[in-house]
Design a protein around this ligand. Structure first.
Ligand SMILES: [Fe+2]
Length: 273
C-alpha cells in the first residue's frame, strides 16, 4: 500500500469508528443495561428468547444473501465461514482430526476459531439447536421460537433491514453493514445478557444452559478483527464507496436499535410471554 492509501484508510477508519461509536444504540442500550441487573421475570426472559430466536434464525437468510451477493471470492468464503458454522459445521481449529466427536455439538466445548473447511457437520452444532436447548427449560419448544410469525413489528423490521442492508447487492453498503454489526456486537451486549441470565438461572432455573450466549460472546472479538481486515481489503477495491459504506453502517445500526427499543418498550408495557 502506498502512503497515500494508508493515510486515506486511516482517516476513513476513524470516520467509520466515530459513526459506529457515536450511534445511540452503541452509546446506550436501556434494555440490555436493565436486563444485566438480573431482575427480568420468567415471562420477560421468555419474550427475549423468542425475539432473539427470530432475529438469529432469520439472520441465516441474510448471511446466505450476503454470500450470494459477495463481490469477490475472499468475501464469499468468509461469508460462508459464518453461514456454515451457524448451520452446524464446527470450526476445525484445535480439534482432533479423528476420534470421538462427543462434545462437537456442545457450545461449551467447540472452537470459536478456525475454519469450516474440513470441519465436521453436526446437526446439534447448529446455533439454532443450541438456542432450542436453552429455550426448553423455559417451556419453549421448537414450534414456539425462530419463526417469522413469532416476531414483533420491531424485531421483523430489524430482520428485514439485515436482509436488505447486510445482504445488499451493493458491496460497499453490505461492507458498511457488516462493519457496523460486528463492532456493535463486540461492544458488550452479550455480556449484559449473560449477566442477567446468570442471575435468572441462579434464582429460578438451575438447568438453563447458557452456552449459546457465552459461545457468541467469545467469538465476537474475532469477528470484529476480521471486519477490520475486511475494511483494509475493501477500501482499495474499485467498487468501494465511502458514503455508501457509511450509509449502510448507519442504516444497519438503526435496525439494531429498533430491535432493542422494541424490547425496551415491551418491558415498560409489561409484555411477557
Ligand atoms: Fe450464531
Amino acid at each position: 500500500m502506498t502512503a497515500t492509501i494508508d493515510a486515506g484508510i486511516e482517516a476513513f477508519r476513524a470516520r467509520a469508528d466515530r459513526l459506529v461509536g457515536g450511534h445511540p444504540v452503541v452509546q446506550a442500550n436501556p434494555y440490555t443495561t436493565w436486563f444485566a441487573r438480573g431482575v427480568a421475570s420468567r415471562g420477560e426472559v421468555r419474550h427475549l428468547t423468542v425475539q432473539f430466536s427470530v432475529f438469529s434464525h432469520l439472520f441465516v437468510e441474510a448471511q446466505l444473501r450476503k454470500v450470494i451477493n459477495a463481490a469477490d471470492l475472499d468475501t464469499y468464503r468468509s461469508g460462508k465461514e459464518i453461514l456454515l458454522n451457524e448451520l452446524g459445521v464446527v470450526f476445525n481449529a484445535g480439534r482432533r482430526a479423528s476420534g470421538p466427536t462427543d462434545g462437537d455439538d456442545d457450545p461449551e466445548l467447540v472452537a470459536t476459531e478456525g475454519t469450516v473447511d474440513g470441519g465436521r457437520f453436526r446437526f446439534g452444532a447448529a446455533h439454532f439447536e443450541w438456542l432450542l436447548r436453552f429455550a426448553k427449560p423455559l417451556g419453549l419448544d421448537f414450534d414456539d421460537i425462530g419463526k417469522r410469525r413469532h416476531g414483533t413489528a420491531s424485531t421483523l423490521f430489524f430482520c428485514d433491514e439485515l436482509l436488505e442492508v447486510y445482504g445488499s447487492d451493493d458491496a460497499a453498503t453490505a461492507e458498511g453493514a457488516s462493519y457496523a454489526v460486528e463492532h456493535w456486537a463486540a461492544a458488550g451486549f452479550w455480556k449484559e445478557l449473560i449477566a442477567g441470565l446468570e442471575a435468572f438461572k441462579a434464582l429460578e432455573c438451575a438447568e438453563l444452559p447458557l452456552a449459546f450466549w457465552t459461545w457468541h460472546d467469545r467469538v465476537e472479538d474475532q469477528h470484529a478483527a476480521h471486519t477490520d481486515d475486511e475494511l483494509d481489503e475493501a477500501y482499495t477495491q474499485p467498487w468501494f464507496d465511502e458514503d455508501r459504506f457509511l450509509a449502510g453502517a448507519s442504516r444497519m445500526l438503526d435496525g439494531v436499535q429498533a430491535f432493542w427499543d422494541g424490547l425496551w418498550r415491551d418491558h415498560q408495557a409489561g409484555v411477557e410471554r
